[in-house]
Design a protein around this ligand. Sequence first.
Ligand code: DX5
Ligand code: ZN
Length: 219
Amino acid sequence: MVILSPSILASDFTILGEQMKQVEAGGNDYFHFDVMDGMFVPNISFGIPVLVSVRKNTKKILDVHLMVEAPERYIDKFIDAGADIITVHQEACKPLRETVEHIHERGKKAGIAIKPGTQIDVLDEFFGLADMFLVMTVEPGFGGQKYMDICTEKIKMLRTRLNDRGFDTDIQVDGGITRDNVEIPISAGANVIVMGSSIFKGSITDNTKYFSELFKKYN
Ligand code: DX5
Ligand code: ZN
């Protein structure tokens, strides 16, 4: 199943609730919630109070992407605010295994993200533990960047390695994905697709509908 997870980072926050409804009218599966702390990435986005409001506004799965130094400090707060999936960066979370286990103890799904320059080998020991692996297809920190083609090979290698070891773990891709290139990461083995600009620039409902229709052929 290919899952559509629009990133609200690209939305107009003055009418965020309205725009989320426009997305839902087009048929999304998740909402992707990009938390940036200005330390792990050179940008600051939003955090827990915004997630509390977003939670009140939708029943969709909230897919929280923590681009945060030492994210283990905030897991409980994001879960209490409404997160369904919490993804932490392998490069930022020292107690990674304990953090994934804690997310599971709280009854939520755990993702592990890697930046474009991080090799997939670091994920091996988490096969069978993490519910999702996020292969970043841009340097994290900003929406509206260009898809990095070098990441396609990483997606392919990760999907092959998971298959060889009998796991069907979700592979999420995030950054620079458009109508023109979306089938590249999907064909490489990604099945959770994050898009910000491709959803929120132009007609939100039409954009969402376009991708949800397209993804049906993979389901
Ligand atoms: C970047 C974020 C992405 C970004 C996607 O650090 O993790 O989720 O918002 O936005 P687009 O689809 O515009 O690249
Ligand atoms: Zn993201």
